[in-house]
Write a protein that binds this ligand. Structure first.
Ligand SMILES: Cc1ncc(COP(=O)(O)O)c(C=O)c1O
Length: 390
């Protein structure tokens, strides 16, 4: 029989699926996959139920229901003072993932180059490669995740169509600073490219830091799409509702792909997310404050056990170096042992680099802390027992 698509089939089963399956098999606490173990606000859930009962459950408009598109535009105005026309500069997709895919498929010509910064979220590379683009990878590395300015510029050329850029960033938990963003914006302009900005963790930034959308920098409004996700902002990762704003030309390009990918997103969930986006600013602030407390709880516990914890400036994640504990295993094996023997699952950092185990980053693991306090405490207890006896 003929072969299936070679680019996608070569990815096989991801380490995330392997670790999650291992966690189930060994009844481990899963701190690998990034999802909160408690649903978001009850009133948003009620809104979805009411909309399901009382409103149409047929195809909503392709670009999203006006209520959510208006709320998305207003949200960007409130938080970042970005002005967009909701009718031409917003789009709703089935999760941020679909927005990323729609942007790539809508903008890329085969042979175009795309600049990315490793370690990176797992869906970027397969989509880019399947679209026929050539990834140009630049690496930030632990422990400081410093942006290598010259290498970044070297990755740009006249062939660059866009940079796919994520801040706050998964998995490094880095929040890019204004001066880093200014440098990136300079390159975007100099090489006449676009920027797809994955900002799903926009409200999960800590220690007084500020999330700055690249789109707010001079001359960037016409070159950027800014992607948000109800999954992260309202702790409903299963809903898969994404809302993006951006330059008219880019939204239009993404919509050309979106109309053939999913065409639309469940109307009841769109309605509920529109309601959520109208919440007081306090809701969005508290989301970050509460998550910061979880980060601190996890970080304190892991430090006591003997891990070296890297700064988690935002997101759901923190990076832990296990070398100080005296283990020499590569990260994939370390994670497998931890799941089976300690009953706690994490994911190896090498999985977020294209070269995987050859990336040179092989003694860091990612823990997810968006969990109930008692789950965090039980996981820490298990780890403490395991490392005290090993
Ligand atoms: C950086 C990043 N982008 C996008 C997504 C996916 O968002 P959604 O669930 O809305 O598709 C995730 C989910 O973990 C993520 O970490």
């Amino acid at each position: 029989m003929k072969e299936v698509n070679s680019i996608l089939s070569e990815y096989g089963t991801t380490i995330f699926t392997i670790m999650s399956a291992l966690a189930v098999k060994h009844k481990a606490i899963n701190l690998g996959q990034g999802f909160p173990d408690e649903d978001g606000p009850a009133d948003i859930l009620d809104e979805a139920m009411l909309a399901t009962k009382n409103e149409s459950n047929q195809y909503p408009p392709m670009m999203g229901i006006p209520e959510l598109r208006q709320a998305s535009a207003a949200h960007s105005k409130t938080f970042y003072d970005i002005d967009v026309d909701w009718e031409t500069q917003t789009i709703v997709t089935s999760g941020a993932t679909e927005a990323i895919a729609a942007c790539i498929f809508g903008l890329i010509e085969p042979g175009d180059e795309v600049v990315l910064i490793e370690p990176l979220y797992d869906c970027y590379l397969p989509i880019i490669r399947r679209a026929g683009a050539i990834p140009r990878l630049v690496r930030i590395a632990p422990p400081n995740w410093e942006l290598p300015y010259q290498e970044l510029e070297a990755a740009f050329s006249e062939k660059t169509k866009l940079i796919l850029f994520n801040t706050p960033t998964n998995p490094a938990a880095k929040v890019y600073t204004r001066s880093e963003l200014e440098y990136i914006a300079g390159l975007v302009k100099k090489y006449d490219t676009y920027a797809i900005c994955d900002e799903v963790y926009e409200h999960l930034v800590y220690d007084g830091r500020q999330h700055i959308p690249l789109m707010t920098l001079p001359d960037m409004a016409e070159r950027c799409i800014r992607i948000s996700s109800a999954g992260k902002t309202f702790s409903m990762t299963g809903w898969k509702v994404g809302y993006s704003i951006g330059a008219k030309k880019l939204i239009e390009a993404a919509s050309k792909a979106h109309q053939f990918l999913t065409f639309t997103t469940p109307p009841n969930l769109q309605k509920a997310v529109a309601y959520g986006l109208k919440k007081d600013i306090a809701y969005f602030k508290d989301l970050g404050t509460d998550m910061q407390a979880k980060r601190d709880r996890m970080s304190r516990g892991l430090t006591k056990i003997g891990f070296e914890i890297l700064d988690s400036q935002g997101t759901y994640f923190l990076a832990a170096d296990y070398k100080p504990l005296g283990f020499d295993l590569v990260d994939v094996d370390f994670c497998k042992n931890l799941t089976i023997d300690a009953g706690v699952a994490a994911v190896p950092f090498s999985a977020f680099y294209q070269d995987g185990k050859d990336s040179g980053v092989n003694h860091f693991i990612r823990f997810c802390y968006c969990k109930r306090d008692e789950i965090i405490d039980t996981a820490l207890d298990r780890l403490d027992k395991y490392f005290s006896s090993n």
